[in-house]
Write a protein that binds this ligand. Structure first.
Ligand code: F6P
Length: 420
């Protein structure tokens, strides 16, 4: 039987569990070695396909591939690279086809968020648009949790757990100091357009152990007067509070409070630095001593405190992508479907990529509390299972045993270099 090889690549901002999806893809393909040849990984995402820089994952031992499940970062390198439309840059598609044909690639698995779903969708259309037979399946991943249709996105649960844990622990710290020193802790988290990660900060407060926490969502225009009044009331009543602010918070004119002044390949504004802006505002206007932190890459790389649910989701979507391809499917994204909240039950599903690409799912109004600074019970029911369970990596010498693959290149077969 003519076994086609598979191409797998990682794209966009990485997560603590994206390699668990890689593990799901490679282990499943190995189990179906009668139908799938080798899995070639793109070095640095789709860029690796364009430059014919392919990694031969068959050179890695089963043990190394299994260790991907608990290793953060992107084992094959990721990218922010926008594949233009066919009309705008036909040469790129011709090059991809040349590379896929030369390496006998018939399956394309792309592991990423919204922008990457668009890339995957474009590839999935290659047989229709350019007569090249390929099956493309998107594997969801984004800490931002903003892909539509799927109940949640692998990567989010672990980032949410990190933010909930950090908010809890820092709140205990500020509570200890507040009588004579710091009264407000400001914590900046990711999520450029959607407040999913910020909302997880609210999980630090429970009915058994209530904590004063203010959430600033990108969905709600920042109202300085209302915000300062909220902080003042909490500090006067409880002595302290924590503020979890999304990097994507905007003023009423729609301008990011933390615009770093430059953009990436997709035209997205680079964000970061809203925490010191908010902390200074609190100090200047209310006179409260503050501390602030920017979670930045820590929140999306913290595999040591990953959510078990999230790691399980990530593995399952990788496995399902291969199974869908083997069932003859194309142009789909694997989804997570929630069956029940408590006990939490879920299953894997799928959705057409045309419903996914470039669509962002924001927090629904029913998840944001009436004053705009907290979450509702419905949101808590949604979030809680996603941070559920621990999945500690093995440790040695006090540090996690993260694997580094050999990443041996597949010999190049084309003699024409390509510069994306
Ligand atoms: O991929 C999503 C994300 O983690 C965003 O929340 C964040 O704004 C962005 O990536 C940062 O991207 P980069 O690492 O390319 O600066």
């Amino acid at each position: 039987m003519d076994r086609k090889n598979a191409f797998y690549a990682q794209s966009g901002g990485v997560t603590a569990v994206i390699n668990a999806s890689a593990c799901g893809v490679i282990e499943t393909a190995r189990r179906h070695a009668d139908k799938i040849g080798k899995v070639y990984a793109g070095r640095n995402g789709i860029v690796g396909a364009l430059t014919e820089d392919l990694i031969d994952t068959s050179q890695e031992s089963d043990v190394a591939i299994a260790a991907l499940r608990h290793t953060p970062g992107a084992a094959f390198g990721s990218c922010r690279y926008k594949l233009k439309g066919l009309e705008e840059n036909r040469a790129e598609y011709q090059r991809l086809i040349e590379v896929f044909r030369a390496h006998h690639i018939g399956y394309f698995f792309y592991n990423g968020g919204n922008d990457s779903a668009d890339t995957c969708h474009k590839i999935s259309q290659l047989s229709r648009t350019m007569g090249f037979p390929i099956q493309a399946i998107h594997i969801p991943k984004t800490v931002d949790n903003d892909l539509p249709v799927t109940d949640c996105c692998p990567g989010f649960g672990s980032a949410a757990k990190y933010v909930a844990l950090s908010t809890l622990e820092a709140s205990l710290d500020v509570a200890s100091m507040s009588a004579t020193s710091t009264k407000v802790f400001v914590f900046e988290v990711m999520g450029r357009h959607a407040g999913w990660i910020a909302s997880a900060g609210a999980l630090a407060s429970t009915p058994e152990r209530p904590l004063p926490i203010v959430i600033l969502f990108p969905e709600i225009p920042f109202d300085q007067r209302k915000f300062l009044a909220k902080v003042k009331t909490l500090v006067e009543r409880q002595g302290h509070c924590s503020v979890v602010v999304s990097e994507g918070v905007r003023n009423p004119e729609g301008k990011f409070l933390a615009d770093a002044g430059y953009t990436d390949a997709f035209g997205h504004t680079q964000l970061g630095g809203v925490a010191p802006v908010v902390a200074r505002m609190i100090y200047n206007e209310l006179g409260f001593r503050t501390h602030w932190a920017v979670a930045d890459y820590l929140q999306r790389s913290a595999r040591h405190v990953a959510s078990r649910t999230d790691a399980d989701h990530a593995y399952a979507v990788g496995r399902a992508a291969v199974e869908l391809a083997l069932a003859g499917e194309n142009a789909l994204m694997v989804t997570i479907e929630r069956v029940s909240d408590d006990p939490y039950r879920w299953r894997v599903g799928s959705a057409p990529l045309e419903r996914i690409a470039n669509v962002e799912k924001k927090m629904p109004e029913t998840f944001i509390g009436a004053d705009g600074f907290g979450i509702t019970e419905a949101c808590r029911r949604y979030l809680s299972p996603l941070i559920g369970g621990e999945d500690y990596p093995p440790y040695a010498g006090g540090l996690p045993c993260y694997v580094r693959l050999q990443n041996r290149p597949v010999p190049k077969l084309l003699d024409t270099p390509f510069h994306p």
